[in-house]
Design a protein around this ligand. Structure first.
Ligand SMILES: [Zn+2]
Length: 183
């Protein structure tokens, strides 16, 4: 083979290797710090994503909630509910009241789950404070009753407006705890 062609091929392989190394290094997952888990909250994680329970533990403690049991379940196309409880394009939804909840959540990256869980924990807070009550197919939020007849569009629902407006602040608080060694 021509010496020049060998050099060109070698150069191209070198560039590809560097690119692969760069991608591997930059895509590396940002693992959480080891943290002391609060004794008052019990998280039962039935999903395959072990980082979800750290986020929930820290989120619950940042919201200063009373002792809470929360089960994490994987949400799939097969077990997704029908009807009008869509949340975040059905990435997740929460069920329960009185310190006992089920958080149904799709498989997603660590980064996305920080946002989605923060959103869902705001809904959990609304339920704990009894500002959000789901009963007999209707929703009562801050003493106003919502049924199929007067249900606003998803993004206009007052409990969603609140969750979207508060989720990033909670996410930042959770990140501050889980990534405390980075700053
Ligand atoms: Zn929501």
């Amino acid at each position: 083979m021509n010496k020049k062609i060998k050099w060109v091929i070698g150069f191209i392989i070198g560039i590809i290797l560097l690119l692969v190394i760069y991608l591997v290094v930059t895509q590396k997952e940002k693992y959480f710090d080891r943290i002391e888990l609060p004794q008052t909250t019990m998280v039962v994680n039935k999903t395959q994503l072990n980082y979800l329970d750290s986020i929930v533990y820290v989120g619950i403690s940042e919201l200063h909630l009373t002792p809470t049991v929360i089960v994490l379940r994987e949400l799939t196309d097969k077990n997704q509910p029908t009807g009008d409880i869509e949340d975040l394009k059905l990435m997740a939804y929460i069920q329960g009241k009185n310190h006992q909840y089920i958080l149904n959540i799709r498989k997603m990256s660590r980064d996305n789950s920080l946002t989605v869980i923060s959103h869902e924990l705001i809904h959990l807070l609304q339920r704990e404070e009894e500002r959000f009550i789901a009963v007999d197919g209707k929703i009562i939020f801050q003493d106003i009753e919502y049924t199929i007849e007067n249900m606003p569009d998803y993004k206009q629902r007052p409990w969603e407006v609140e969750a979207y407006s508060k989720q990033s602040k909670l996410r930042k608080k959770i990140e501050k705890v889980l990534y405390q060694s980075r700053k």
